[in-house]
Ligand binder design. Structure first.
Ligand SMILES: NC(=O)c1ccc[n+]([C@@H]2O[C@H](COP(=O)([O-])OP(=O)(O)OC[C@H]3O[C@@H](n4cnc5c(N)ncnc54)[C@H](O)[C@@H]3O)[C@@H](O)[C@H]2O)c1
Length: 361
């Protein structure tokens, strides 16, 4: 495996840092909470339960290394109470309804969690967030107005949009974040607030519905062909630890820079060339699974999706010193290694921490 570029995290900064992670039982939140634990941070998590079974959260015993609160981000009072209890210095907001297909079945609930959940969180920081230095609001690469034009790589100043409820809810979360920043969080002494846009993450331990790699794992485990809905669609694939390293780098910068230069929106995408079609990713996974993976076209009615989605992350690279973690091939190897280890009954907390340590080495 190639040696990744350095992730510019100051280990002494994170030790005993009080960090609130919303959505800590989810796929990204569990990896992030584990990483923060390995950095020595005092982590509190808010969630509404564990979204999948199995889950990285349970297999890696993420809850054992942190304080946990059950709160619905749609309940403003509960979020305020959680912020008061956690007394965070940094907040990373990941709690969301993250699925496009589910957003088509239940658009109102998606807007409630993704938009009002973000407003409730920012408002709790405004009213009860004494001591908060920075907030990272996690949205998505899908927040951009996307005509599916090939070759276009979105930059942060591109227009927001979204033609399905999930995508537009993430654009709305961006607008809420920008308005709170301009209205309440612009002066010295107030928390510095930023948003982070990334997408199509791959990693061990994802059992989310309607996602390519989890669908692959389920197909291999059940010995049946993978149903593929859109093999020609191009996506900015990256290992989950790659944008998470960006969120941590960004949070660190929000806390330490008195000029608040990081208080803006940031893209965290893969290296150029890793925007590949779904079909290509399946070919690579077929090689890695050594014949265990077969696929066929999903002929069911599928939600409309942009045929091309790519991000320009040069701002994060130049101004935050962030680097994408691993190329696609290495990222997929890590995913298959993780799931083989799980199948072999290994200690998945140790396996996951070892993958995190590879990024820090
Ligand atoms: N996974 C991806 O490929 C991807 C891509 C782009 C953006 N994102 C964004 O990253 C974030 C995390 O995504 P994920 O894949 O880990 O999602 P996930 O579904 O695995 O986890 C979601 C988390 O949010 C919590 N949650 C959901 N509704 C809640 C509510 N009402 N109150 C409190 N907690 C609630 C769940 O309990 C869980 O902890 C989301 O904001 C998502 O939109 C994910």
């Amino acid at each position: 495996m190639k040696i990744p570029g350095p992730v510019v995290l100051d280990l002494s900064f994170w030790k005993r840092r009080r960090v609130l992670v919303t959505g800590h039982t989810g796929f990204k939140g569990a990896w992030l909470s584990l990483w923060l634990q390995s950095l020595g941070a005092e982590v509190t998590g808010i969630s509404r339960g564990v979204p999948t079974s199995p889950s990285l959260y349970e297999l890696a015993r993420v809850g054992a290394g942190m304080r946990e609160l059950t709160a619905d981000v749609c309940d403003a009072g509960a979020v305020r109470e959680a912020v008061r209890a956690a007394r965070p210095e940094l907040v990373l907001h990941l709690a969301a309804q993250p699925m496009v297909r589910r957003s088509l079945h239940d658009p109102v609930a998606t807007y409630a969690v993704n938009v009002m959940g973000t407003a409730n969180l920012l408002d709790a920081v405004r009213t009860d967030g004494e001591g908060v230095l920075g907030v990272v609001v996690v949205t998505s690469d899908k927040c951009y107005e996307n005509a599916g034009e090939r070759g276009q790589r979105f930059i942060e100043s591109d227009p927001l949009g979204g033609s399905d409820p999930y995508s537009s809810s993430k654009a709305c979360a961006e607008l809420v974040t920008a308005a709170y920043t301009r209205s309440f969080f612009h002066a010295g002494g107030a928390p510095a607030v930023a948003s982070a846009r990334a997408g199509n993450v791959l990693g061990g331990g994802d059992w989310g519905e309607d996602r390519l790699v989890p669908d692959t794992v389920r197909a291999v485990e059940a010995g049946r062909p993978l149903q593929v809905r859109n093999p020609g669609a191009v996506r900015p694939w990256q290992h989950v630890l790659s944008p998470l390293s960006g969120y941590l780098r960004l949070a660190q910068e929000l806390a330490v820079d008195p000029e608040r230069r990081a208080a803006r929106a940031w893209n965290f995408g893969p290296p150029a060339g890793d925007e590949q079609t779904v079909g290509r990713v399946i070919e690579l996974l077929q090689d890695l699974w050594g014949g265990e993976l077969q696929w066929q076209r999903d002929e069911r009615e599928n939600p409309p999706e942009a045929s091309h989605l790519a991000l320009d992350s040069s701002a994060a690279e130049q101004l935050l010193g962030w680097r994408p973690a691993w190329p696609l091939q290495d990222s997929l190897e890590l995913v298959v290694d993780w799931h083989r280890a799980h199948r072999d009954g290994q200690d998945m907390r140790a396996v996951s921490l070892e993958q995190i340590a590879r990024l820090r080495s």
